[in-house]
Write a protein of this length. Structure first.
Length: 218
């Protein structure tokens, strides 16, 4: 398997946006449907990772921009050594950020994870494993999926369900988003979604927190 789509919540009730995880050869990509074709996270096999505006979107919407400016964040990562996997990214989706989505979407190929409930979040931890996908720890209670990467490695994702929410961190991200919206004069409309790009305090692993901007529920 080289592609997996996942969503927190239920198709007919509160839910997150749909996140797509996929590999092309040894490259690993992460994208939410809310990004459309504008941005994606790329974990490149050469040890470089980035969150970037996609080249086609960038050329169309910012025709005079330098190509390097399309990279929002760039950071290095280490390939696994020995038998130890390397965590390369995470997604955090809190109960408070789930909404009823009325836009028609194809959901038949989406795996739904249960709503973690008030005060909790679901965290998807993504690893580069030094073992093929056929050897993934499928018996682990938190195992979500394994994606083929190359003959000797794979991407393994775990869903940490019912993880206690860091409410202070979430509130800080909302405050920063509100400040950016006000400073730029953006107009938030119903159904809008956003993400905060964050770095884990303990591990240094990069990740994203899904957010609903203030005013998006109106």
């Amino acid at each position: 398997m080289r592609e997996f789509r996942v969503c927190v919540g239920s198709a007919t009730g509160l839910r997150s946006t749909v996140w797509r995880l996929w590999t092309t050869r040894a490259e690993f990509y992460i994208q939410s449907r809310m990004f459309g074709s504008s941005t994606k996270v790329s974990i490149h096999s050469g040890g470089q990772a980035q969150w970037s505006m996609q080249s086609d979107w960038y050329r169309e919407n910012m025709p005079n921009g330098a190509n390097q400016a399309r990279h929002i964040q760039k950071w290095p990562w280490q390939e696994p050594t020995g038998t130890t996997a390397t965590q390369v990214f995470f997604l955090s989706i809190a109960h408070d950020e789930l909404r009823v989505i009325t836009v028609s979407e194809k959901l038949s190929n989406v795996t739904f994870l249960r709503d973690p409930g008030p005060g909790h979040c679901v965290v998807l931890d993504c690893y580069v494993s030094p073992a093929p996908a056929s050897q993934a720890p499928t018996s682990d209670r938190e195992f979500l999926c394994a994606l083929e990467r190359d003959a000797s490695s794979s991407i393994v994702v775990f869903a940490r369900d019912k993880k206690p929410l860091d409410a202070d961190r979430l509130a800080l991200q909302h405050a920063m988003l509100d400040g950016m919206v006000a400073a730029e004069g953006w107009r938030i409309e119903s159904g809008y979604r956003s993400t905060a790009f964050v770095v884990d305090r303990d591990s240094g692993v990069r990740g994203m927190i899904e957010l609903v901007p203030a005013g998006a529920d109106i």
